[in-house]
Design a protein around this ligand. Structure first.
Ligand SMILES: Cc1ncc(COP(=O)(O)O)c(C=O)c1O
Length: 444
């Protein structure tokens, strides 16, 4: 199919430079395993699990079959005042995978909705316990929690915030970004050790400023994914948990990227041995085939909200989406999680992550403009010096170049990330890394 075979006037592409896209469209028409086919017949390796979603690789028959079966059985049913069997089964499976007493799953359809849902749970929980004054949220610089007004407010990626600040939540603060580009530029499958204690700022400035008794929740990505795979300092998440416990503040892990295998474990919470009060998920839960997200809550959140004086017929939590727990999405999730388990794909992600990390560090170190390399789990990032006056341009052009040569990689500012499906083989890693390295050299 040639690109002038379809009309590109109507589709406004998300998070994409639309004008430039139309000059050189990149349109997928089929996918299988690790590979895409494009509109002009090119084969492209999916080096980013299609935005971190496709853990088991494309076109997995058991998932497709589960969806078809579900469509023929129960296509959709109202999510309010009734439910469907698949939602209960999927919730049970997801809760069983989550650590500690993260046992109650609130479904939604995306990571953005998960972020807003978790913030609303925090407010409602504190109010149910008679602490309605707890309404300050704390996020972190360079954090990404989607594009809803709640998620944007606690998020910290400047480009995503710039235009919308007038509509942010009013009581939000941000902790410092966790990267040290001087001492921790190169990190290979280990936790960076910081000379200074980054959380002193939270304890000594942010919490006293708002008074800890007013703080509802702190939300962080365990590993900052969208910003460019930035790893937390050693002990950071454990200490954050302790600070939250000390002050009765809820801790939310946004595991939309780190959840369901990317770290080689079920969740980053398992990897770091820290149980949050809420865990947001979305990507990888259905292998990308149907939107599904959710928030896994500790029992105490649910219990507090059920302990209410209101009559039995009154809704306890005024929140939900028409498609919360959609039966087809839940059937896809059940089939996806089965595949991950049967094929040991999370363990494989951890093993192949070492191969990817080794390839990154041995290939990119010393190449022109490379100022950092980070690898952990099945994801690795190479950070480049920006072109003076044109931040992001170098990485964008490298991304375009790689695409032309058959490798889909992800530009994030001047960072390039590779985070392939867990089924990735060494030959794919070699092709992805070599193509990226050639492009880095070509754009020196
Ligand atoms: C950590 C995190 N939270 C939330 C989101 C938003 O998810 P969605 O695009 O499904 O709304 C993303 C998306 O990349 C993410 O990485």
């Amino acid at each position: 199919m040639a690109f002038n075979d379809f009309n590109m006037d109507s589709h406004w592409l998300p998070f994409t430079p639309n004008r430039d896209f139309k000059r050189q469209p990149r349109v997928f028409t089929a996918a299988d395993g690790m590979m895409f086919t494009t509109h002009d017949g090119k084969q492209v390796i999916d080096g980013i699990s299609s935005l971190w979603c496709v853990g088991a690789g494309h076109n997995r028959k058991p998932i497709n079959e589960a969806i078809k079966k579900q469509l023929d059985t129960l296509d959709y049913a109202t999510a309010f005042q009734a439910s469907n069997d698949q939602a209960f089964l999927a919730a049970e499976k997801i809760a069983a995978m989550a650590p500690g007493d993260l046992n109650k799953v609130l479904f939604c359809n995306s990571g953005s909705e998960a972020a807003d849902t978790s913030l609303k749970v925090a407010l409602a929980y504190h109010r149910a316990r008679g602490e309605g004054h707890r309404n300050v949220f704390i996020g972190r610089e360079r954090g990404y929690h989607g594009v809803g007004f709640g998620g944007m407010s606690v998020g910290g990626i400047p480009g995503n915030r710039k235009v919308f600040g007038s509509a942010f939540l009013p009581r939000v603060d941000h902790m410092r970004f966790t990267h040290d580009p001087v001492n921790n530029a190169y990190i290979h499958n280990q936790e960076p050790v910081f000379g200074e204690d980054l959380l002193l700022e939270l304890e000594q400035r942010i919490l006293p400023l708002h008074d800890p008794s007013n703080v509802a929740a702190i939300i962080v990505e365990p590993v900052a994914g969208s910003a460019g795979w930035y790893l937390p300092p050693k002990g950071y998440l454990k200490r954050l948990r302790e600070i939250c416990d000390k002050h009765g503040i809820l801790l939310i892990f946004d595991e939309v990227i780190t959840g369901f295998g990317r770290m080689g474990t079920n969740f980053a919470a398992d990897y770091y041995g820290v149980v949050p009060d809420m865990l947001n998920f979305a990507k990888c839960v259905t292998n990308g085939v149907i939107p599904l997200g959710g928030v896994i809550c500790r029992d105490k959140l649910y219990d507090a909200m059920m302990k209410t004086d209101t009559p039995q017929h009154v809704v306890e939590f005024f929140h939900g989406y028409t498609y919360s727990g959609h039966p087809v999405a839940c059937a896809a999730a059940i089939a996806t999680l089965d595949i991950y388990q049967k094929e040991g794909l999370f363990q494989r992600a951890g093993e192949m992550g070492k191969v990817l990390g080794d390839a990154f560090h041995s290939t990119f170190k010393g190449l022109p403009n490379v100022i950092g390399i980070r690898s952990l789990g099945l994801a690795a990032a190479v950070e480049l010096a920006p072109i003076a006056g044109s931040p992001g341009k170098r990485a964008y052009e490298i991304f375009l170049d790689c695409f032309q040569k058959g490798a889909l990689v992800r530009p994030a500012g001047d960072v390039l990330v590779i985070a392939p499906p867990y089924i990735v083989e060494k030959q794919h890693i070699d092709k992805l890394v070599n193509t990226l390295a050639d492009a880095v050299k070509a754009h020196a």
